[in-house]
Design a protein around this ligand. Structure first.
Ligand SMILES: *Cc1c(COP(=O)(O)O)cnc(C)c1O
Length: 228
């Protein structure tokens, strides 16, 4: 078995265990394989193992891979990096999901640039749930206004929320941040029934995030190895 295959099986098993420990069905939580900086052939091998959703942060790197892997019919690309307003067109053209929307202007541009012959672009709002000043994302209080704007944009579909919590070993602090996200997400769902995605949890906090209601975890290094 290759290293990639071993890693992939270990991560998928870890996710299954986390779901079982939380009384959840394994299929309730999507695994997003974060393939940033990794070559297209590695993504393809991971696809052959059964993985379908891949996360990318860097546009140039991602565009080349997406072009090289067009023959993989069921592949689904998620943009999870910071978005500069002059870079919205390639995101709107090449991705099925954008998880890092946190400004009105970016939302409007993605809507205007989404090609008519593609399905609407699935959008998550990035929330700065820890309130760290240097971190991207809107505050919990700003969710309703941005959600309302996106709801009015026909080429975007609001699917939920995403966060990168504080980088801390304090499990109680992390659990509280995840719980805030879950609460905000449930409120959003009441208003917008198509909202079904809560993207939270990475390698270090996967179990905690799943226990707190995550519907998508984002894992890079533990699948593809360290980035050079
Ligand atoms: C890189 C990245 C990940 C994955 O991080 P790893 O440490 O490689 O598992 C998850 N989410 C976001 C937003 C990232 O940028």
């Amino acid at each position: 078995m290759s290293t990639l295959e071993q890693n992939y099986q270990r991560v998928t098993q870890r996710l299954i265990n986390a779901c079982q420990q939380s009384g959840r069905q394994p299929g309730e939580v999507r695994l997003l394989a974060v393939s940033k900086t990794k070559p297209a052939d590695m993504v393809e091998r991971c696809y052959q193992l059964g993985q379908r959703s891949f996360g990318e942060n860097y546009l140039q790197d991602a565009e080349a891979k997406i072009a090289a892997l067009q023959h993989l019919n069921e592949i689904e690309w998620h943009f999870i990096g910071p978005i500069q307003s002059n870079k919205t067109r390639p995101i709107a053209t090449h991705f099925q999901w954008v998880e890092t929307v946190c400004r009105d202007k970016i939302a409007r541009r993605l809507n205007d640039q989404r090609p008519d012959d593609m399905a609407p672009l699935n959008v998550l709002l990035q929330v700065n749930v820890s309130g760290e000043p240097q971190k991207a994302g809107i505050s919990l209080a700003d969710i309703p206004a941005l959600a309302q704007l996106i709801e009015q944009l026909p080429r975007l579909t609001l699917r939920g929320l995403m966060c990168i919590p504080e980088n801390t070993a304090d499990e109680a602090a992390l659990a509280a941040q995840f719980a805030h996200m879950k609460h905000a997400w449930q409120q959003l769902q009441q208003q917008y029934p198509q909202v079904d995605t809560l993207s939270m949890g990475m390698s270090a906090d996967l179990e905690l995030a799943v226990a707190q209601g995550s519907s998508e975890v984002r894992i890079g290094t533990d699948i593809f190895g360290a980035r050079g």
